[in-house]
Ligand binder design. Structure first.
Ligand code: FAD
Length: 578
């Protein structure tokens, strides 16, 4: 560091400081920005890191993008429903993952180009004057007391990334140290998180020694070079395990597993890259955007919250890339944490609600890590005998139609269901009862005859959905008032084409929307609960707080109030010191 002078400007006050503008920080900034909170985002890199890392996301994350009004725009740059397959070097297919069901309203397989995704999300933040982004500023320290966190940041001293390589550059200017005070700090500052380090939080898990060479390509001519590779392939060659990864807009990635004795220097040489690429494509058809040897980690931070400071995304957990769930887990963290922080900041919940962030997300993120490690083991076998056994087992599984469908539809993927007893919601009434799980999202037909995904009618708050009944009918005045203060939307859901036709205009409740479930996903989900007149209370992130008979609904609302520690008569909340 040269020419360093330190100065402290007067302190700025915001609701939340977010350290790190990767996928996690971006989604969190949107959620808080949309809800009107004052947010300051610190991003170490002075310019956007224009290289791809993440390429895949799923329907659950698309639903989170929908909640921030970004799904349709992001989807324009994605490849949907691309089959993912295990193939032999000669191209014969061993197994395919090609889910076509849409339980949450969106396609399950979505391939994207990370710079497009991050640029769109960043540009769209401009609509929130309450979200301020400071690029080229790194969090260097913080301290907290009972009411706030004071964050110290400075002009970045070492830039980690550039478009061409991961070579680091040293800054030449003044470090210009400043401070900001916030109610909460979220460290979404990646795997080498400064926030996590400053808290002294360790990570548990495994670092894997097997390195892979990642080569990112761009087609020179859109019609040349890739037409023979239409799908995402795990090429299970015992001599050279390879991943061939489709991306939109002429981008493509190959990943090659290093053999014993092969060095990073050797693998990253242009001649080696050319030789490896030649096995699959004509290298002359492509520009090599990046070639880098990566190792990967399967790690989870031992603690995700320290009072007013929370960790999210790679700062909290690191996932091997094989299932495409690293960034997706971070997006889920943001989806879980965003509405909770907002509720606490608005006085609609006690601070204890934030404890449910880790207790809900940890096991799910861990399950994704375990799944990714398993998939890595499955696709990177170098012992031909073990590989043959794997192929035989898969063949056996696929011979059973039910198991084949289970595999193709992704039955192996961890479900969005929180661990029993560790979530914000009522206890599960039986093993598969819906409390603590993500509700389905049907396409519905509104009273105007238009078709729309249900969440788009629900707003940003809670939703009370009655199957064939007005869910507000049995509510006491107290329950009604509480739900009104929480911004709850009331919905009566009918099976398709079964709306009653004997109502008069005057008999309809203006506070309730009536919709028809076109394919019946949510109707079936509610019927399966066995309740006579089921009413579902959905949280703002569309996880299920409870499903009950209409007659029990006031007790449910009372539970909601207790778990939120929300006293709506006074609109004060009881602070719980943790
Ligand atoms: C080869 C590869 C392929 C992958 N494929 C997939 C995939 O297909 N799908 C998927 O979901 N995931 C995938 N991943 C994982 C995914 O890229 C990461 O999980 C994801 O980027 C993590 O997002 P994040 O926002 O938590 O952290 P990051 O993306 O790491 O962002 C953290 C940000 O914080 C900034 N920062 C760091 N320190 C500070 C500081 N002190 N102050 C301010 N700012 C700071 C950094 O500059 C950075 O911009 C892949 C990863 C690799 C390496």
């Amino acid at each position: 560091m040269t020419g360093q002078k330190t100065k402290k400007s007067t302190s700025e006050n915001v609701d939340v400081v977010i350290a790190g503008l990767g996928p996690t920080g971006l989604v969190l900034a949107h959620i808080l920005g949309k809800r009107g909170h004052q947010v300051l985002v610190l991003e170490r890199e002075p310019v956007f890191y224009g290289n791809a890392r993440a390429v895949y996301t799923d329907d659950e994350c698309m639903r989170i993008f929908q909640s921030i009004d970004m799904a349709e725009e992001l989807q324009k740059d994605m490849l949907l429903d691309t089959p993912v397959q295990l193939v032999r070097p000669d191209g014969t297919v061993i197994a395919q993952y090609k889910p076509l069901k849409r339980p949450f309203g969106w396609s399950v397989v979505n391939f994207y180009y990370q710079p497009y995704l991050e640029t769109s999300l960043t540009n769209a933040l401009a609509k929130y004057p309450n979200v301020k982004i400071l690029r080229g500023r790194e969090l260097i320290n913080f301290s907290q007391d009972a009411d706030s966190v004071t964050v110290i940041h400075q002009a970045t001293q070492i830039y980690r990334f550039s478009d061409e390589s991961d070579v680091k550059t040293e800054a030449q200017g003044d470090s210009d140290i400043q401070q900001v005070t916030a109610r909460y700090l979220v460290g979404s500052d990646g795997g080498r998180s400064t926030v996590r380090a400053k808290l002294g939080i360790e990570m548990s898990g495994k670092n894997f020694p097997e390195p892979w060479l990642v080569v990112d390509l761009k087609q020179k001519d859109r019609n040349k070079g890739l037409r023979h590779l239409p799908y995402f392939n795990f090429v299970v060659d015992p001599d050279l395990p390879v991943v061939s990864c489709v991306q939109p807009d002429g981008f493509h990635r190959f990943e090659f597993m290093l053999k014993k004795g092969q060095t990073k220097e050797y693998m990253e040489q242009p001649e080696t890259v050319r030789m490896l690429l030649s096995k699959f494509v004509n290298p002359d058809d492509f520009e090599v955007k990046r070639k880098l040897v990566y190792t990967f980690n399967a790690l989870v931070a031992n603690q995700w919250r320290d009072k007013r400071v929370l960790l999210a995304g790679d700062a909290a957990h690191m996932t091997p890339q094989f299932m495409g769930q690293g960034a997706s887990s971070g997006i889920r963290d943001a989806g879980n944490l965003g509405w909770k922080l907002s509720a606490v900041l608005n006085g609609q919940a006690g601070d204890k609600l934030l404890d449910s962030y880790e207790s809900e997300r940890r096991d799910h993120a861990k399950a994704m890590i375990q799944g990714s490690v398993l998939l890595k083991d499955l696709v990177s076998m170098t012992n031909p005998v073990v590989g043959k056994i794997r192929d035989g087992v898969i063949k056996g599984v696929l011979a059973t139609p039910k198991l084949k469908e289970w595999g193709q539809e992704g039955g192996f993927k961890p479900k969005p269901v929180y661990t029993k007893g560790q979530y914000f919601g009522l206890p599960r009434q039986y093993r598969s009862s819906p409390e603590g799980s993500l509700s389905p999202q049907p396409k519905v037909r509104g009273f105007d005859g238009k078709q729309i995904l249900l969440d788009s009618l629900l707003g940003d708050g809670y939703a009370l959905i009655g199957l064939g009944v007005d869910p507000s009918q049995a509510l006491s005045q107290t329950s009604k008032q509480l739900l009104k203060q929480l911004g709850c939307q009331f919905i009566t859901l009918y099976p398709y084409a079964e709306r009653p036709q004997n109502h008069t205009s005057a008999s309809l409740n203006p506070d309730v929307l009536e919709v028809e479930d076109i394919e019946g996903n949510m109707v079936n989900w509610l019927r399966k609960t066995g309740h006579n007149q089921p009413v579902a209370l959905l949280r703002p992130d569309r996880f299920t707080f409870a499903v009950a008979n209409q007659a029990e609904i006031n007790a449910v609302i009372q539970q909601l109030q207790q778990q939120l520690e929300f006293s709506h008569q006074t609109t004060q909340y009881k602070e719980v010191i943790v």
